[in-house]
Design a protein around this ligand. Structure first.
Ligand SMILES: Nc1nc2c(ncn2[C@@H]2O[C@H](COP(=O)(O)OP(=O)(O)OP(=O)(O)O)[C@@H](O)[C@H]2O)c(=O)[nH]1
Ligand SMILES: [Mg+2]
Length: 304
């Protein structure tokens, strides 16, 4: 019997949804950051085995939107619930079950929902029991405390998912890792690095667009002493724009003497090379796109 199904990972911003997806599929598909509202799209991560395929769907954190981008994000997260067989709702063990969490519980369709209490590392186990007791008042099939970061309890999550997964046919070829293309992942990796070094409103104002991505073929080049020609490995040339909303933000991203942008470039290049498993030449530009988060046309232009 082959089992296949879609599993949405739902919750408030910053509870660890993307971290959990990456652990589940054993590859970095989604970007992670300590800043809330990092994920802006539904991103599928695919785990295939001999007799199963689980399609995990990472979703944007559900929050009270402050602009059109936020509205779109929340709408996407809610829409994910329409196509799943099973859902995971994630909460943070540090805050317990909050008012916002309960609002999310109430959004869940009456089907299979599993509650996961994440970030239990570094927390006194005695604090977890009251959370479990409170959670039992809601209609969850399972309540599982985990640390996605330490991969503690994640094996049990997978085991339970497999138990509840319906019989079915695979959605994707068994070697496919995500529904997103390389260009999308490259944009996200650059955005992740830019988020890491910016604060307050700046991370939220950033969008990244890859304008050009092409493989430079391996070119034969002469060896100086012998004149003999050897093959040099090809590189991928990537030109990308980092958009922000204000001139002051552009200044921050570029930094003094371009130091910040250089750092973003170095860190991004390493991750992109790991992901593409190829050498990369990264050409980064910073541009201002005023109020793009409120402008429907701009949002479309930037891929949202
Ligand atoms: N201590 C601890 N930190 C964690 C754990 N899981 C995730 N984090 C951290 O929590 C922060 C948020 O993680 P993400 O995976 O980006 O959270 P998210 O729910 O996808 O956030 P949004 O995309 O903004 O909705 C990051 O700094 C993670 O390293 C965990 O089990 N323990
Ligand atoms: Mg996320």
């Amino acid at each position: 019997m082959f089992k296949a199904g879609k599993v949405a990972i739902i919750g408030r911003p910053n509870v660890g949804k993307s971290t959990l997806l990456n652990v589940m599929v054993k590859e970095k598909v989604c970007i992670v950051s300590e800043k809330p509202e990092t994920t802006r799209d539904n991103i599928q991560g695919i785990l295939s085995g001999k007799d199963f395929q689980v399609v995990f769907m990472d979703t944007p954190g559900i929050h009270r939107p402050k602009n059109l981008l936020g509205k779109l994000m929340v709408r996407k997260a809610q829409a994910s619930l329409l196509e799943t067989d099973l859902n995971i709702v994630l909460i943070d063990a540090h805050s317990g079950i909050t008012k916002e969490d309960i609002e999310i519980f109430n959004l869940m369709p009456v089907k299979l929902n599993i509650l996961i209490i994440n970030k239990i590392d570094g927390i006194d186990r005695r604090h977890i029991l009251p959370i479990i007791e409170k959670a039992q008042k809601f209609n969850f099939k399972e309540i599982i405390p985990i640390s996605a970061l330490k991969k503690d309890g994640t094996g049990l999550v997978f085991k339970k998912i497999l138990e509840y997964l319906p019989e079915g046919f695979p959605f994707f070829p068994d070697d496919q890792l995500t529904d997103k293309n390389e260009r999308f992942i490259v944009q996200e990796l650059i955005r992740e690095k830019t988020l890491e070094i910016t604060y307050q409103e700046v991370p939220h104002s950033i969008a990244v667009v890859v304008e050009e991505m092409k493989e430079r073929p391996p070119s034969p080049c002469p060896l100086p002493q012998t004149g003999e020609r050897i093959k040099v490995k090809g590189t991928v040339y990537i030109r990308a724009n980092i958009y922000c909303e204000k001139d002051s933000q552009k200044g921050i991203i570029i930094g003094k003497d371009g130091k910040m942008l250089k750092k973003i470039g170095e860190f991004s290049r390493k991750d992109i090379e790991n992901f593409l498993r190829k050498k990369v030449f990264l050409d980064l530009w910073v541009k201002v796109y005023k109020n793009w988060r409120k402008d429907p046309f701009a949002l479309k232009n930037l891929g949202y």
